[in-house]
Design a binder for this molecule. Structure first.
Ligand SMILES: [Zn+2]
Length: 446
């Protein structure tokens, strides 16, 4: 077990010298990478292996900066039967992530400096990836008064992303104040855009399928109206807005409109909204119950298009583990949410790269560089160049296998891609010089 040094310092002390031979950085020309002392020491062709270096054959593999997830539910404190910082960060590492932003809807809620520092510390102790706590916008996620944003920003956890995710900051005055407040420390409000009145009792996307199944619907306008309001508010106060898990074609249009006007808005899409539609609900398997809900094929096409043309900035997992008894229930009683950390890159490869919509260079942008930038994390998403931290992923795009949540490191099994054939395998993940995953398996600490 690691002591409470910073992750970087502890990792550097035990960083082996690794020569990653014959991979393709960003999916481009073949280049070797030499990792030494926790840094990328050299990038080039036919690099000499220094004495004592381990040579890793990366022929045919893609080399990327370690992935960064802006939207992870680690569930600790309070939800340890679903996930812990330890199990969730192991899952992250297996997925190729080297940093996750841990959402605030824990018990207690991460709405004080004390709780965010506790979460960050547990991440350091676990050591599988960097854990950046997200702070709540309002006290107890109750939507009534602002939490101590300033204290969380100034704490050792250096919080820059604030969100009531799971709930929408619905009061426009409170949303305005939150946006104004975070300007002083360059923070961002990440909004879960869902009008609560328009979605009371909603069970799935409102449309043809919900009408046929007789389930209460969740209209697209419940998401779009909040996004439209919030981009205007962000523009009015000159602050940064981030839109969580955007899921409808109309939402893509609004973000496109806002960006054309120079409004400082960024947006994310989840792997499941890139892949699945509300047709899945016909199976009445609660693994497909999620917030926001799975939408239509037209919406899936629009979010793919939006990600391809840069309207949507990033992919974020919204990894939302639940214990079996919260999901093995009647549809209307089951919990909302899906796991995603361990399959995110495979889904992005299959829906976006293999279909010619994104290059691997784009994947580095949407799954590493941009999320690090939005979260103001300078240790992540760095260029694959000498002097950068040795925080990298070696990804083999060739293997195809059936996704099996039974093999996952997450404590929960509610994966919406279980049983699907997905491409790609994590050959090696390195966090600040220390391997965390080799050939898909966690590298246990010495
Ligand atoms: Zn959410």
């Amino acid at each position: 077990m690691r002591t409470e040094n910073t992750t970087t310092a502890a990792a550097t002390a035990e960083a082996p010298t690794l020569l990653i031979r014959g991979g393709r950085p960003y999916g481009e020309d073949v280049q070797d990478l030499l990792l030494e002392g926790g840094e990328i020491r050299a990038v080039g062709t036919d690099l000499e292996a220094p004495a004592g270096a381990e040579v890793i054959d990366a022929e045919g593999c893609i080399v990327l900066p370690g992935l960064v997830d802006l939207h992870t539910h680690l569930r600790e404190p309070g939800g340890e039967e679903a996930e812990t910082v330890e199990t969730g960060t192991r899952a992250a590492a297996r997925g190729g992530f080297t940093a996750v932003h841990a959402m605030a809807n824990t018990t207690p809620v991460a709405d004080t400096a004390g709780v965010v520092e506790q979460v960050a510390r547990r991440g350091d102790v676990a050591g599988w990836c960097a854990v950046r706590p997200v702070g709540a916008v309002t006290v107890g996620l109750a939507g009534e008064r602002l939490a101590e944003l300033d204290a969380m920003a100034g704490s050792r956890a250096r919080v820059r992303v604030f969100s009531d995710d799971g709930k929408c900051v619905h009061d426009p005055v409170l949303m305005r104040r939150a946006l104004e407040y975070v300007k002083s420390f360059d923070g961002v409000i990440a909004q879960h855009a869902q009008d609560p009145r328009l979605t009371e009792g909603a069970q799935m996307h409102e449309g043809v399928v919900s009408a046929e199944l007789g389930l209460a619907g969740w209209p697209a306008v419940a998401e779009e109206s909040i996004i439209a309001r919030d981009v205007l508010l962000a523009h009015h106060v000159g602050s940064r807005l981030h839109v969580c898990h955007l899921s409808t074609a109309g939402s893509v249009d609004i973000i496109r409109w806002a960006k054309q006007r120079g409004i400082a808005v960024t947006a994310e899409v989840t792997p499941h909204h890139l892949l699945l539609t509300d047709e899945k609900v016909r199976q009445f398997d609660a693994v497909y119950k999620v917030n926001p809900p799975l939408r239509t094929a037209e919406d899936v096409a629009a979010v793919r298009e939006g990600l391809a043309d840069g309207t949507i900035d990033i992919v974020a997992t919204d990894h939302a583990p639940h214990p079996r008894d919260a999901k093995d229930r009647e549809w209307d009683q089951a919990a909302m949410g899906m796991t995603g950390l361990e399959t995110a890159l495979s889904v992005v490869q299959s829906t976006m790269v293999d279909e010619g919509r994104l290059t691997w260079r784009d994947v580095a942008r949407v799954l590493s560089e941009k999320p690090a930038e939005i979260g103001r994390d300078e240790d992540q998403g760095r260029p694959l160049a000498p002097g950068s931290p040795a925080t990298v992923l070696v990804w083999d795009p060739r293997p195809v296998r059936i996704a099996d949540p039974g093999e996952h490191a997450s404590r929960s099994r509610n994966s919406p891609v279980a049983g699907l054939e997905l491409p790609g395998a994590n050959r090696l993940t390195v966090l600040a010089g220390r391997p965390t995953v080799r050939d898909g398996a966690i590298v246990e600490h010495p």
